[in-house]
Design a protein around this ligand. Structure first.
Ligand SMILES: Nc1ncnc2c1ncn2[C@@H]1O[C@H](COP(=O)(O)OP(=O)(O)OP(=O)(O)O)[C@@H](O)[C@H]1O
Ligand SMILES: [Mg+2]
Length: 463
């Protein structure tokens, strides 16, 4: 019997059930998914296991998630209908039963949810209609299989910090619409990641995703690139489509919009207002359907004040906007980001780093991270490329980090105490001319303790 019902057998069995099964532990972290649940949610299980439910499902909240509610209340929820947008941007409707899981003492250790996907029934009927349409429009264009170039999805955005969860939630909602989005964040905070994720979760995901940095090109070139050129508009000009036309049906990401020349900004405003563009040298307007996402690395209000962004454009583009906090303002995410990058570079560099020492983590939490997440990622990659170590220690850090003062409150108490201790020992050592026994006596501590502290603080007599 035992063998028949060992855990592995059971889990394999659960993978063949036509119902999604989700298990989270009492802290809301995902511990199990069966295959069907993965299919419904379009979630990559490797990326989801061990992460917090709200991080993986930014559209849910503590209040709306049935799993988290059951953990809180201990009451089962039966046959509850839930509609949500999954990571492929599909609207999914499920009927769920959610039950608490208790240990032998009746304490709640997690919750399990069984989901029946009722979207399929509806989808089936839609497909039939679709097929019929196709029968009539047989000659219509072949499906364009070109992949979008936005490579990140919401699952690639690591972050459990409250603000980050809210941002993911807003971004997921943004993905449901085609309204313009304005993203502000310091360099390296993950703006590009969000832009990709929004595109990939939107209906436009199979259409082009094109990114253009507005600071990368001189003004006159940028205009041609964005809006296209017609033969004869200037010497050597060819008929060439601009990015707006190439991105038709998809998403155009205008990075560093604050560097776009003001006259060009007014042209952009026109596209946003009536969805038409006019190529340079052209005489006719061309209709386009493009979702604009713009990013700026200076605060938008300030960019407007400094006349780097036109006020009228700002109001038009600021329909959905969010600002990604700098890393130093979401220190609670540093540990998971650190382990995420260690995992990433273990794989890439074929290393087996386990983590960072506590001291290093303290430094990470006090450091200013002016390059934000990118700086953390590059730092970890750099260390892992140079050193073969299981644990990343302070000595592996570059000087700029080693000089960081630890500001964590309880740690600073500790370091203050250590400073006092070090001074007392040094003082006594000098008085006894570095005689260990006398110093230990004087301080009323065992010899071994003293010796340990001397080596810990490196208290050698000056040469
Ligand atoms: N929340 C996150 N989770 C995982 N990786 C992240 C996160 N935020 C940023 N990164 C990583 O940090 C790097 C920088 O992110 P990204 O390119 O999105 O920053 P950015 O805000 O566009 O910066 P810039 O203004 O310099 O263009 C990328 O390699 C990205 O993968
Ligand atoms: Mg960027």
């Amino acid at each position: 019997m035992d063998e028949l019902f060992n855990r592995k057998n059971l889990l394999e069995l659960l993978d063949h059930i036509d119902e999604g099964i989700h298990i989270v532990d009492k802290n809301g972290r995902i511990v199990y998914y069966n295959k069907f649940a993965q299919r419904i949610d379009a979630v990559d299980i490797q990326k989801a296991i061990g992460r917090h439910l709200l991080e993986v499902y930014p559209s849910l909240t503590y209040e709306t998630s049935t799993l988290l509610t059951v953990i809180r209340t201990g009451e089962p929820i039966y046959k509850n209908e839930q509609t949500f947008i999954n990571y492929k941007g599909e609207k999914i409707t499920t009927v769920n039963t959610t039950l608490p899981i208790r240990d032998a003492n009746g304490r709640i250790v997690g919750a399990v949810e069984l989901s029946k996907d009722i979207t399929q029934v509806r989808e089936m009927s839609e497909k039939i209609v679709d097929l019929q349409n196709k029968l009539y429009n047989n000659t219509k264009e072949k499906k364009n299989k070109k992949e979008s170039t936005a490579k990140y999805s919401f699952l690639d955005i690591i972050g459990e910090n409250r603000t980050m969860l809210e941002l993911k939630n807003i971004a997921l909602k943004a993905a449901e619409t085609s309204a313009p989005v304005l993203i502000y964040g310091e360099t390296g905070t993950g703006k590009e990641l969000f832009v990709h994720a929004i595109h990939n979760a939107s209906k436009r995901r199979s259409k082009p995703f094109i990114a253009q940095n507005c600071a990368a090109l001189p003004a006159n070139l940028l205009e041609g690139i964005l809006f296209g050129t017609m033969k004869g508009s200037f010497t050597g000009a060819e008929d060439r489509k601009g990015l707006f036309e190439l991105a038709n049906g998809g998403t155009l990401f205008l990075d560093e919009i604050n560097s776009m020349p003001l006259e060009l900004q007014s042209k952009l405003l026109r596209v946003l207002q009536d969805n038409t563009i006019r190529p340079i040298g052209g005489t006719k307007d061309v209709e386009v359907d493009v979702r604009i996402i713009a990013a700026t690395n200076i605060p938008p209000e300030e960019a407007v004040r400094l006349k780097m962004i036109r006020k009228d454009l700002y109001y038009r583009i600021n329909v959905i906007s969010f600002s990604i906090p700098p890393l130093k303002d979401r220190k609670d995410d540093i540990p998971i980001l650190t382990s995420h990058f260690i995992r990433k570079f273990n794989e890439k560099l074929k290393k087996s780093v386990k983590g960072v020492s506590n001291e290093v983590m303290e430094i990470f939490k006090s450091y200013h991270w002016e390059g934000n997440v990118r700086e953390l990622e590059n730092l970890i990659e750099g260390i892992m490329s140079i050193y073969d170590t299981e644990i990343i220690e302070v000595e592996h850090l570059p000087l700029r980090l080693r000089k960081t003062e630890i500001k964590n409150p309880d740690k600073s108490l500790k370091s203050a105490l250590e400073t006092v201790e070090k001074e007392l020992i040094l003082d006594a050592l000098e008085k006894t001319d570095y005689n260990i026994s006398h110093t230990a006596e004087m301080l009323n501590i065992p010899r071994q303790t003293l010796q340990y502290k001397i080596s810990k603080y490196g208290l050698k007599r000056d040469a």
